[in-house]
Ligand binder design. Structure first.
Ligand code: E4P
Length: 222
């Protein structure tokens, strides 16, 4: 399963990329506006830091505006995936970009039917938002199971399931058990995945024992 970071924060992107954890990045207009500064510089820098797919989202709602913006976004790098909303105009733009060999991420997916239609339009990724479904009392992970079953039934669909709106590490484990292609994680969730209280206690104990040993063997080095 690929791991993308769901952020436009350059420090976070560099930090986790240096650990070799990142296969790509997803952004959206909310994440981009949170960072301040000139979004053009931020987007360009992300595409330089990350080798894998970088989803950059259009803000137009009309087909022609989406096409213009998508083409401009692609100028930031060959690894840019144009992110369009799950609307009729978004699907039309998805079809046009995909036919030209430009990869598309269809975002704001909340039903299996929407995922099916985005796949038909040629999307490289569909982004089902599981956390936001959980928020309204539906089990978001059931949507991932449904989409996975449908895509497995029709291997001619090459569309990848990019699990979005992830809120905690259990979402990640569940998505991996289902066999989702990608999870996109807020930095805080990725950070939590690394940690375990027994790892912390175990390391503290190892170092305390070593200090005791060093007290009687001061010249020993590793
Ligand atoms: C990813 O592509 C989405 O933009 C993101 O995961 C949405 O997450 P949120 O529901 O926490 O805003």
């Amino acid at each position: 399963m690929k791991i993308f970071l769901d952020t436009a924060n350059l420090d976070s992107i560099r930090k986790y990329n240096d650990m070799g954890l990142l296969d790509g990045i997803t952004t959206n207009p909310s994440l981009m506006s949170k960072e301040g500064g000139n979004p053009k510089n931020v987007m360009e820098e992300i595409t330089k830091i990350i080798e894998g797919d970088v989803s950059l989202e259009v803000v137009s709602t009309e087909y022609s505006g989406m096409m213009d913006e998508g083409k401009r976004l692609r100028e930031y790098g060959d690894n840019v995936v144009v992110k369009v909303p799950m609307t009729p105009d978004g699907l039309k733009a998805c079809k046009s970009f995909s036919s030209d060999g430009i990869p598309v991420n269809v975002t704001l997916i909340f039903s299996a039917n929407q995922a099916l239609l985005a796949a038909k339009s040629g999307a490289r990724y569909v982004s089902p938002f599981i956390g936001r479904l959980d928020d309204v009392g539906q089990d978001g992970m059931n949507l991932i199971k449904d989409i996975k079953q449908i895509f497995d039934n029709y291997p001619q669909f090459k569309t990848q399931i990019l699990v979005a709106s992830i809120r905690h590490p259990v979402h990640v484990v569940d998505a991996a058990k289902i066999g989702a292609d990608v999870v996109t994680l807020p930095p805080a969730v990725l950070d939590k995945m690394m940690k375990h209280p027994l790892t912390k206690i175990g390391l503290e104990n190892f170092l305390a024992d070593w200090e005791k040993f060093k007290a009687t063997n001061p010249d020993v080095k590793i």
